[in-house]
Design a protein around this ligand. Structure first.
Ligand SMILES: Cc1cc2nc3c(=O)[nH]c(=O)nc-3n(C[C@H](O)[C@H](O)[C@H](O)COP(=O)(O)OP(=O)(O)OC[C@H]3O[C@@H](n4cnc5c(N)ncnc54)[C@H](O)[C@@H]3O)c2cc1C
Length: 356
């Protein structure tokens, strides 16, 4: 008999949600690189904007956001900058501005005590056994080994679960770079920046707690050089880069075809970004992490006969929605189509003169 029914690797939004929703009859172990509190250790680089679909998940979960995870200020529009055509438009967006690390830590506190959580722990190796899976992890400098019947890959873009069991499954990926500067703009703002000579995806800026974050997703090989070019071009559009506070880098997935999404098989389940569940057009991923975790919890709690088949079936709608985001991304990153959309002024909200 395996030691545990379920082993969850990674407690980001996807893993924490699954751990919270699983029936208490399961014996569950959950491993996560992040510490349980404070600002030391691993932190996921992120924009920390909670979009409408993610807010909808909180309604379903009957959960409210505590004040301490909110960032200042709350902003209601995104300045969209097309560096190729020099067109700028403002689009209304009802994002909630969050402190991403505090958000992650708070989600972990909602996991019931029946789940055995190991913080500050890194999963090192995964192997298939006759009755399930063997998980080798490092905690406090010690190597430990456990076995579990079901293995959940909730370990994000660079998922060890996906790389170990599906090594040939390549999903398009970029290097995300973010730099935090002291905020020097009179009125903080969000922006979304397009320039096909710099990135085939997009770049962004976010104001958060007196910091100005500039970030982008770049082709791996030229990422640093393209990021510098981006900042240089933006200074011509009144972007100000004050004192540098920190630089963050990580892989971000950007699915390019329907077959990029991968659900798992043989009692392995991938949820959240590990499964490629992230929007190709906005890189918004929270809602898909919550939705996939919720779907999987329902399947495991109901003890269905073929849970992998059920997960494949029940995530079809989510995967089709993500596929429409690939089409949207292809439109938005086409210089001509984007220029036509922006020139139409549809949904643009102009800033009254005197307030600019
Ligand atoms: C720069 C950037 C900005 C983004 N901005 C936004 C945004 O504003 N809004 C939005 O909705 N989405 C945003 N996203 C996407 C979003 O961050 C992800 O889609 C989301 O975090 C995915 O959640 P997850 O739980 O699947 O994975 P993650 O959040 O990546 O969580 C996985 C967790 O697994 C743990 N882990 C990984 N490997 C191991 C291991 N070997 N052993 C133990 N633990 C492990 C880590 O602690 C990690 O926190 C952004 C992404 C990037 C890169």
């Amino acid at each position: 008999m395996p030691d545990y029914d379920i082993a969850i690797i990674g407690l980001g939004p996807a893993g924490s949600t699954l751990a919270r929703l699983l029936n208490k009859r399961f014996k569950v172990i959950a491993l996560d690189k992040k510490q349980s509190f404070g600002t030391e250790g691993f932190q996921k680089p992120c924009g920390g904007l909670l979009a409408l679909d993610a807010q909808k998940a909180f309604i379903r979960f009957n959960l409210n956001l505590p004040k301490f995870i909110l960032s200042d200020p709350q902003i209601f529009s995104v300045k969209t900058v097309d560096l190729e055509s020099s067109i700028i438009r403002n689009y209304q967006r009802p994002y909630v501005n969050l402190n991403r690390h505090q958000f992650d830590l708070w989600l972990k506190t909602l996991i019931p005590g029946t789940v055995e959580v190991h913080h500050d722990t890194t999963c090192k190796k995964l192997e298939k056994t006759a009755q399930g899976y063997q998980v080798t992890f490092e905690e406090n400098g010690e190597i430990k080994v456990i076995t579990a019947r079901y293995l959940i890959g909730a370990d994000g873009a660079n998922s060890l679960v996906r790389r170990t069991f599906y090594p040939d499954h390549e999903i398009r990926k970029y290097l995300a770079i973010q730099q935090w500067f002291q905020e020097d703009h009179a009125t903080p703002f969000y922006s979304c920046i397009f320039d096909s000579s710099i990135t085939p995806c997009y770049a962004w800026s976010i104001s958060k707690d007196k910091s100005f974050i500039i970030g982008g997703a770049f082709e791996m090989k030229e990422a640093n050089q393209k990021f510098e070019q981006l900042k240089h071009k933006l200074t011509r559009h009144q972007f100000k880069f004050g004192t540098l506070e920190k630089t963050e880098k990580c892989t971000v997935l950007c699915p390019s075809k329907f077959s990029d999404f991968i659900c798992g098989d043989q009692n392995i389940f991938l949820i959240g970004e590990a499964a490629g569940f992230i929007s190709a057009s906005s890189l918004e991923g929270f809602s898909y992490s919550f939705d996939s975790a919720e779907i999987l919890s329902g399947i495991l709690n109901d003890n269905l006969n073929d849970p992998n088949k059920a997960y494949q079936k029940k995530t079809l709608k989510l995967r089709l929605k993500l596929w429409t985001k690939i089409i949207k991304a292809n439109i938005l990153t086409s210089p001509l189509l984007r220029k036509l959309i922006m020139m139409s002024r549809v949904s643009h909200v102009s800033i009254s003169s005197g307030n600019e």
